[in-house]
Structure formats: C-alpha cells, structure tokens
Design a protein around this ligand. Structure first.
Ligand code: FES
Length: 117
C-alpha cells in the first residue's frame, strides 16, 4: 500500500464487491429460508426438532413455490438458547424461539412475501 493511502478505501471496495456478489447470488431465489439444524449441545436447535421442521417446510415450499423459494438447513445461527432459530432472506429477518408448532407460521411468512411480489 502506498504511503499515506487510506486503507479504508480498499476495505470499502472489498465490501462493495462482496455485497454485489451476495445480492447476485441471492437473486436466484425470491425467498431463502435457513433453519438451524445444528447438533451437539443440549440446547441446540436440532434437539428441539428443527430438522423435521426444515424437511416439512422444504416439501411444502417446493410444492407451493417451486424453485423460487429455497429452504436450507444451516449450522448454528448464533442464538442457541433461543432456538429453534431461522433466518429469511433477502430481508434477513430472524425468527427465534420457534417450535414444531411454528411451522405453519414460517410457511405463512414465506407465502406472504411471495404474495407481495
Ligand atoms: S444451535 Fe441453533 S442457533 Fe445455535
């Protein structure tokens, strides 16, 4: 780096490039829901039934929206004690303290946003 150059300009360029690539990638799907199915701890989301929830939602969304919605299992989303945790993109909205009973609510959240398109 040239002497006296502002190092933050380089970081800003990198940030903008990452952001642009992220949005290009995310535009493959209208909605992309990640459900934590992390295993290993007593309080982890999988111990609360998240894997089954992800499986059910994947099937329901595939039938209702085809390839426009993607449901993925994810690793830990960083809020284990508030599990089951899910995050819906592109909005980036987090859902915490979910249980098996919230499957319909999550599906409705996706459907609502698909209806808004
Ligand atoms: S185990 Fe699910 S958020 Fe950490």
């Amino acid at each position: 780096m040239a002497r006296g150059a502002n190092p933050f300009i380089t970081h800003e360029k990198m940030y903008n490039e990452i952001k642009r690539n992220y949005y290009n990638y995310m535009s493959r799907y209208q909605q992309h829901l990640f459900i934590c199915t992390n295993e290993g701890k007593e309080i982890c989301c999988s111990a609360k039934g998240s894997a089954q929830m992800a499986k059910n939602l994947k099937l329901r969304c595939r039938q209702a929206f085809g390839q426009e919605v993607r449901i993925n299992r994810s690793g830990c989303l960083g809020s284990c004690k508030n599990g089951i945790v899910a995050v819906l993109y592109p909005e980036g909205k987090y859902f915490e303290n979910l249980s098996e009973r919230d499957e319909d609510m999550l599906f409705a959240e996706v459907a609502k946003r698909m209806g808004d398109k």
